[in-house]
Design a protein around this ligand. Sequence first.
Ligand SMILES: Cc1ncc(COP(=O)(O)O)c(C=O)c1O
Length: 342
Amino acid sequence: MKIIDLRSDTVTLPSDSMKKAISSAPLGDDVFGEDPTVNALQERAAEITGKEAALFVPSGTMGNLISILSQCARGTEIILGDQSHTFLYEGGGVSTYGGIQSRQLRNQRDGTLDLTDIKNAIRTKDDHFPETGMICLENTHNRCFGAPLSISYMNSVSNIAKEHHLKIHVDGARIFNAAVSLNTSVKELVSVANSISFCLSKGLSAPVGSLVCGRQEFIAKARRIRKSLGGGMRQAGIIAAAGLEALDIMIERLKDDHENARKLAEGIQNISGLFLDLNNIHSNIVYFEIKTENGKTFLERMAGNGVLFFQISPGIFRMVTHYGITSEDIDRVLKLLEDELS
Ligand SMILES: Cc1ncc(COP(=O)(O)O)c(C=O)c1O
């Protein structure tokens, strides 16, 4: 029986072509800047995001941390969403390693931060206050139904940031999903951002790695901080090769994941006992609710039938479509859900 693993797009395994690319990648010591495959990946990432330069880092968490530490001094404050990955799931790294305080604003259902809330949260000059240094946004927004942030929203945030001399960082772990969902380019989506980090190891299915992109000067600083965090990797071309392949072949197919997510959501909507709002289906992430069942035993029964997913909070479940999930898998999941609830 095939295990249908809908817990996350991080469970994706590398394609055969990635494994091939890994086995033939030219390598060197990347801490010396001498790994040609890493260099090629960084150039490619800079080009795709429309930024001057890029840096290969081991994970999205480190990408966000490096981006923030490179641009915010100790004792400053960053504005971010209360549902953001950086606030919830990154071990409090910005305060642990950067002495930076986070100011959480309520994320709206579409992943945005209310513009008035942002304006009100920016500190005025006063010896009592920390200085606000940055606004952090997440695109697509994991906890907010995989919603993409639009170019016009980004521009509105940018106007506020410019007025107050603040930086903008985008956690673009799934920025390619956002671009596909909005039918636009990543370049356009991040044009107002000072820094963007994106992941190769989620929907793009590479085994390891993220890229941080921005201006040359920022990337030089980011490189120093990566080293001090222990993120300098030697013959990292071994994994960068899979990343290059991912950028070549995996972006195009993200629309299949989005179609599968919609099919899954439409099916779930028709199952009595399960609840979701189709307006909340934007990319590859599907949240739904059960009101009557014990969530834990429901999950266990589904797992017993080979379908894995998470309970995010009591009665609220998340399924994520990805490279390892086919349209036929969605049919099987829907049939099992129907059987479970009938
Ligand atoms: C929105 C978002 N940002 C950052 C990360 C962190 O990525 P990593 O697991 O590579 O550290 C994740 C991981 O799921 C994520 O969903």
